[in-house]
Ligand binder design. Structure first.
Ligand code: HEC
Length: 111
């Protein structure tokens, strides 16, 4: 009985450690950090998205005009216009790999 409890405690510790060290999947990051503006579907038709006049990422033309490098830059450093922040920088909360995955996810919105 005692050893069973110990094994259980150990495996819980490992599970917790794995959860902490593992980066969140892109879909989860999108839902938590990006969807309130860009929309779950990437169309930017949320209340805030409409106000900010966001691009529709399902539009092939919009996709063609965006460069991966610019997307990475926008996500890591944020987007400002006339000194006003329109989208915040995410470099402190997302790793480079997570940002790359988000760019790939944005690309998938293309209809
Ligand atoms: C406060 C609202 C807001 C949130 C939250 C937000 N964005 Fe943005 N995002 C903007 C605005 C505003 C722009 C600039 C206008 C545009 O490109 O449509 C922008 C632009 C972008 C661009 C376009 C870069 C280009 O080359 O045109 C990408 C990619 C992007 N955001 C991805 C994300 C990702 C990924 C997240 C979540 C980690 C996110 N955004 C969160 C408002 C937001």
């Amino acid at each position: 009985m005692k050893s069973t409890t110990r094994i259980l405690a150990l495996s819980l510790t490992f599970a917790a450690a794995a959860a902490i060290s593992q980066a969140a999947p892109a879909a989860e990051n999108w839902e938590n950090l990006c969807a309130r503006c860009h929309g779950a579907d990437g169309k930017g038709q949320t209340k805030i998205g409409k106000k900010l006049n966001l691009k529709d990422y399902t539009d092939a033309k919009v996709q063609a005009e965006m460069k991966d490098a610019d997307m990475v830059k926008a996500i890591s450093a944020g987007v400002s216009e006339n000194g006003k922040e329109r989208m915040k920088a995410y470099k402190d909360e997302l790793s480079a790999a997570e940002i790359d995955e988000l760019v790939a996810l944005v690309r998938k919105f293309k209809a």
